[in-house]
Design a protein around this ligand. Structure first.
Ligand code: MN
Length: 249
């Protein structure tokens, strides 16, 4: 029987250390294929490139760099690059956390989401950083353990896993729910040399809602956070209320 294919990608780009460490960590479990963006694509969310050509560059055995987003990488990886369907997709290890509502911006999480859309089990790995520096060793070890479990058990339909690993040696693992970031709405306003105003999003420190079960709380307490995510964004509880709105002419 052909060995199981594990497809990995990221949004930090083909040359990122987290991707290399993920590859090393998963190699004992199957045939690892790397299909990753040729440059950083953080914050691209679930973007799919539809309006310009996509090039795939071979960078060695089972290594490909794509001029596109993480979602493009999974799409092209599964439908064009791989010789057969992958048994697992892992995205990361991202340099920086993907917690709470922020996952909607995340290219790392979106790559796993894209795999879930085509019924390939997938998870996303992110590593908390300090002053721009990251140690991916603990995340790599956990990625291998989790990959082994997912390969054996599979995942329920429409479900992916979002993993965040703390800076300090993990105190353990907590299964969490997606937390809620409190947006201070930071926008930095400056003037360019010609006196025209420009803006830079962000700048304010992270704050989050108090919730002991959240991904934020687990990471803050020094635990690995493991959040099962569901693709169905429907708010089922509100369906009946909206049905009662006065919408018919
Ligand atoms: Mn990133």
């Amino acid at each position: 029987m052909d060995p199981a294919i594990i497809l990995i990608t990221n949004d930090d780009g083909f040359g990122a250390e987290g991707l290399r460490l993920l590859e090393e960590s998963l190699t004992p479990l199957g045939e690892v294929w790397v299909v990753a963006p040729d440059r950083e694509q953080s914050g691209q969310g679930h973007a799919l490139t539809l309006n310009h050509p996509l090039r795939i560059e071979a960078r060695g055995l089972r290594h490909y760099a794509v001029q596109g987003t993480p979602t493009d990488c999974i799409y092209l990886g599964v439908h064009r690059v791989l010789p057969r369907r992958p048994a697992l997709v892992v995205s990361g290890i991202n340099k920086g956390t993907n917690l709470g509502d922020d996952i909607t911006y995340s290219g790392t999480v979106s790559a796993a989401l894209e795999a879930t859309l085509i019924n390939v089990p997938a998870f996303a790995m992110s590593q908390q950083i300090r002053d721009g520096a990251a140690d991916f060793a603990a995340a790599g070890r956990f990625a291998r353990r989790l990959a082994g479990e997912v390969l054996r058990r599979g995942l329920p339909i429409d479900t992916l896993l979002n993993v965040n690993v703390p800076l300090t040696p993990p105190a353990g693992i907590r299964v969490t729910r997606q937390g809620k970031r409190l947006y201070p709405g930071g926008v930095i306003e400056r003037a360019d040399p010609k006196g025209r105003t420009y803006y830079w999003i962000g700048g304010a420190p992270a704050q989050w809602a108090e919730d002991a079960e959240s991904d934020f709380a687990a990471l803050h307490a020094g635990f690995i956070s493991l959040t099962p995510l569901h693709l169905d964004l429907t708010n089922h509880r509100v369906m009946d209320e909206v049905r009662n709105w006065n919408l018919e002419a």
